[in-house]
Design a binder for this molecule. Structure first.
Ligand SMILES: Nc1ncnc2c1ncn2[C@@H]1O[C@H](COP(=O)(O)OP(=O)(O)OP(=O)(O)O)[C@@H](O)[C@H]1O
Ligand SMILES: [Mg+2]
Length: 365
């Protein structure tokens, strides 16, 4: 488990101090895919750099598997750091080396660590970790298996310039896995890729998470990415985590405006705001009508909400736009509808929806 306790990071230059992280507290469970979403400058990369100790927090503690990082000796720190792989938006491959050489590089450069059990029952100390070089054979076998995992066995002799963006990111993933990390940190790993390639890379990351049990922390500014593979998500704004929860919770019950804005950007619901602004005939209401946005998961309602509401309250329900998708095996809907009918019945219907955990927002009346 990774735990952050009131982590603060300030950058000071001349007379100005920038608070990139403002007392961020967070728990990331082992084996999960944890998404962090936020706009540019929210502090996402700073948070990742603090987790892998590229940056030292100004204040606060970071625990990895129970060990507080700031108190560790260099050798132990190096060991923990080696257990964290990282991939980036622009791949950061070595252009003069082949695919195979890129993947093998961390194994050649670094040494593998192993526990040195001097005596049974002896308390574990950082001195008990010894370093061993990988043999050529070990490097070859590991590189081959990683090439297979990322689906690039036939490209091993090629150079990065001969690869597509998606293939380059596959090489970067394989390289990040070369030291058998327990955690993979992904900083906007799909932001430079087209939507189809993004999906294929996300699938690969999911496979890495499931097959190898690697915890993934994934930074993005797209809810689509979160929706595709994350278990939990934290939303960052201005150096703070403003909201977090399971992906299902966040998609069905977003609280903060910034979260709602990110969600809106992923569905066609955002279009409705333009239509309202333009006073489009599509959102024209008769007296007594209500234009309503509904957000729900069928776990909450357990039934078909639209037909039920229509029947129970004798309402006409016109669906204007919306999306229904499967998140963590649950259908999750975002619908904009017009309720037509008796005014009191409409009020009753809205009350009943809210009672059954459907988020209801009256957009126009
Ligand atoms: N080395 C640095 N020196 C000074 N300020 C920095 C440094 N690194 C980051 N910052 C500032 O800290 C804030 C958070 O930056 P960070 O890179 O973490 O944002 P981000 O959420 O990753 O943004 P993006 O989505 O654009 O990558 C920004 O205001 C940035 O200008
Ligand atoms: Mg960043």
């Amino acid at each position: 488990m990774i735990v952050l306790k009131e982590v603060r990071k300030e950058y000071t230059s001349k007379k100005k101090t920038i608070e990139a992280l403002k007392d961020v507290s967070l728990e990331i469970q082992e084996g999960k895919i944890f998404g962090i979403i936020g706009s540019s400058g929210a502090g996402k990369s700073t948070l990742l750099r603090c987790i892998n100790m590229l940056e030292k927090p100004t204040k606060g503690q970071i625990y990895i598997e129970g060990e507080e990082l700031s108190g560790l000796k260099m050798k132990k720190l190096r060991l923990i750091r080696q257990k964290m792989g990282m991939i980036f938006q622009h791949f950061h491959l070595m252009n003069a080396r082949t695919v195979e050489q890129n993947i093998a590089f961390p194994m050649k450069r670094k040494r593998k660590f192993s526990l040195f059990n001097k005596q049974k029952n002896q308390q574990e100390t950082s001195d008990m970790y010894i370093e061993k070089r990988y043999t050529k054979k070990e490097i070859q076998a590991k590189t081959d298996s990683l090439l297979e995992l990322v689906g690039l066995s036939d490209k091993k002799g090629m150079y990065p310039s001969q690869l597509s963006g998606g293939q380059k990111q596959r090489v970067a993933i394989a390289r990040a896995l070369a030291n058998d990390p327990k955690v993979l940190l992904c900083d906007e790993a799909t932001s430079a890729l087209d939507p189809q390639t993004t999906i294929s890379i996300l699938k690969l990351l999911k496979e890495v998470n499931q097959k190898l049990g690697i915890t993934i922390i994934l930074i993005t500014h797209e809810m689509e990415v979160i929706k595709e593979i994350c278990d939990r998500v934290a939303i960052m704004e201005g150096g703070e985590i403003v909201e977090q929860g399971s992906v299902l919770e966040i998609f069905t019950h977003p609280c903060k405006q910034v979260t709602k804005d990110f969600l809106c950007a992923t569905s066609n619901i955002s279009k409705i705001y333009e239509l309202l602004e333009q006073n489009s005939p599509i959102v024209h209401l008769e007296p007594g009508d209500r234009l309503v946005k509904l957000q729900y998961s069928t776990m909450n309602t357990g039934t078909s909400i639209i037909s039920n509401i229509s029947k129970l309250f004798s309402l006409e329900v016109n669906i204007i736009c919306g999306t229904i998708e499967i998140l963590q095996n649950q259908p999750v809907g975002s619908l904009v509808v017009i309720f037509k009918g008796n005014k009191e019945k409409i009020e009753e219907a809205i009350k009943a929806l809210k009672e059954s955990q459907v988020e209801v927002e009256v957009m126009k009346q």
